[in-house]
Design a protein around this ligand. Structure first.
Ligand code: GLU
Length: 397
């Protein structure tokens, strides 16, 4: 029987998430018995710290099985606001009214884009940029405008490039540091320069800081909240997924001016309502039991740093150029070939079929001549996967 479905205009142009699709493909091949090394989706391979799991079990035993407020548990929102105030050195006057908790940081981004953008608006997306920014802008009936980063600056964008790409329709800019897929980190001066430009132009800035704790320069990466306030038209999205190894719990949040927070909550009241109650309690434990969390983050960072060093050594020895990641857990490499022919996609497909290594084609991030390798996987697999990548690159040219 022919499939009776014709896509509604809401989703007609929507492309499935490539980062998720790569992992699904790797899982399917594994299920067929093929020993695929999955360096695709960005997901810590560490388990959630046991104290977080125990706190969640205890919460359920104590009856945490019902709805919470749409915007999240007051205690969780308060601790998120308090941490942000602390991060700003006490400069910001934020409280729980500025925080909306959602089902993963992806929903917070969706809520923010949907609440801030409308038909005809333009969202500046530093490119390469995470795949979902482009699609979420489209769902909000806005247009994502790719602003290419400079290779000499780890593919980071400059205020000048953003200003050049702006039009009268520019409404917002997404700023992701540490960056997925490059691992590039904007230092405080770079953040300030971009936020100053946005303030001067009246743009909203959606700062995606989900990788903030995963940085290799000592301490977390600088936050937009250190150089600007939500009243400057700033929305910061973050979550527990990466730093606390809690991807499956689906807890993210947005810190925003209270009007935006209310709009996002109203939107969420018609989509998912509150994020899963048990997960909110788990996140509360992760955020409040800071000593234990700190130890877990430090242990994960140590492991990631060793993998990063090992993988970079293999690439350097082979003379393969790449973006040195100052944060997150990705290596971003250029694949020789005509960008119009999407060499990154052809390369990733061949690497999977012939060498059984899953990586993400750069086309997903607006850069079809690159590929992304995640090093958040067991060390032996990361090193072997990078060796096989180098092997195929040698044959590629
Ligand atoms: N953000 C991660 C990645 O880029 C997880 C998958 C996704 O949500 O895109 O791989």
């Amino acid at each position: 029987m022919p499939d009776p479905y014709t896509p509604s205009p809401n989703v007609a142009a929507l492309r499935e998430s490539a980062t998720i699709a790569v992992s699904a493909r790797a899982r399917a091949l594994r299920a067929q018995g093929r020993p695929v090394i999955d360096l695709g989706a960005g997901e810590p391979d560490a388990p959630t710290p046991p104290f977080v799991c125990d706190a969640a079990a205890e919460a359920v035993a104590n009856g945490a099985t019902r709805y919470t407020a749409v915007e999240g548990l007051p205690a969780l929102r308060a601790v998120i606001a308090a941490e942000a105030v602390e991060r700003s050195g006490g400069r910001l006057a934020l409280d729980a009214g500025n925080v909306t908790v959602s089902t993963g940081t992806k929903q917070s981004l969706f809520n923010a884009c949907f609440s801030l953008l409308g038909p005809g608006d333009e969202l500046l997306v530093p490119t390469p940029g995470w795949t979902s920014y482009y699609e979420i802008a489209g769902l909000a009936r806005a247009r994502a405008v790719a602003v290419r980063g400079e290779e000499a600056r780890s593919l980071k964008v400059t205020p000048a490039a953003l200003a050049a790409a702006a039009t009268a329709q520019t409404r917002a800019l997404v700023l992701n540091s540490p960056c997925n897929p490059t691992g590039a980190v904007y230092d405080a001066a770079e953040l300030r320069a971009i936020l100053d430009l946005a303030r001067a132009r009246g743009w909203w800035v959606i700062a995606d800081e989900i990788y903030r704790h995963i940085a290799y320069g000592g301490g977390p990466a600088p936050s937009a909240l250190e150089v600007a306030t939500p009243e400057d038209r700033l929305v910061v999205v973050d979550g527990v997924a990466k730093a606390y190894a809690m991807t499956g719990w689906r807890i993210g949040w947005a810190i925003a001016p209270s009007g935006v927070a209310r709009a996002m909550t109203a939107l969420q009241s018609h989509t998912t309502s509150n994020a899963a109650t048990v997960s909110q309690y788990a996140a509360l434990a992760a955020l409040t039991r800071r000593e234990e969390s700190g130890r877990a983050i430090a242990a994960m960072l140590e492991q990631l740093a060793a993998r990063r060093a090992g993988a970079m050594a293999i690439l350097r020895d082979a003379g393969v150029p790449f973006i040195e990641p100052a944060g997150a857990f990705y290596l971003f490499l250029r694949v020789p070939g005509d960008p119009a022919a999407e060499p990154g996609s052809a390369f990733a497909a061949r690497l999977l079929e012939e060498r059984e290594v899953a990586i993400v084609p750069g086309a997903a991030f607006g850069t079809p001549e690159w590929v992304r390798i995640s090093f958040a996987a067991p060390t032996d697999q990361v090193l072997e996967g990078v060796r096989r990548t180098v092997g195929l690159l040698r044959e590629w040219v």
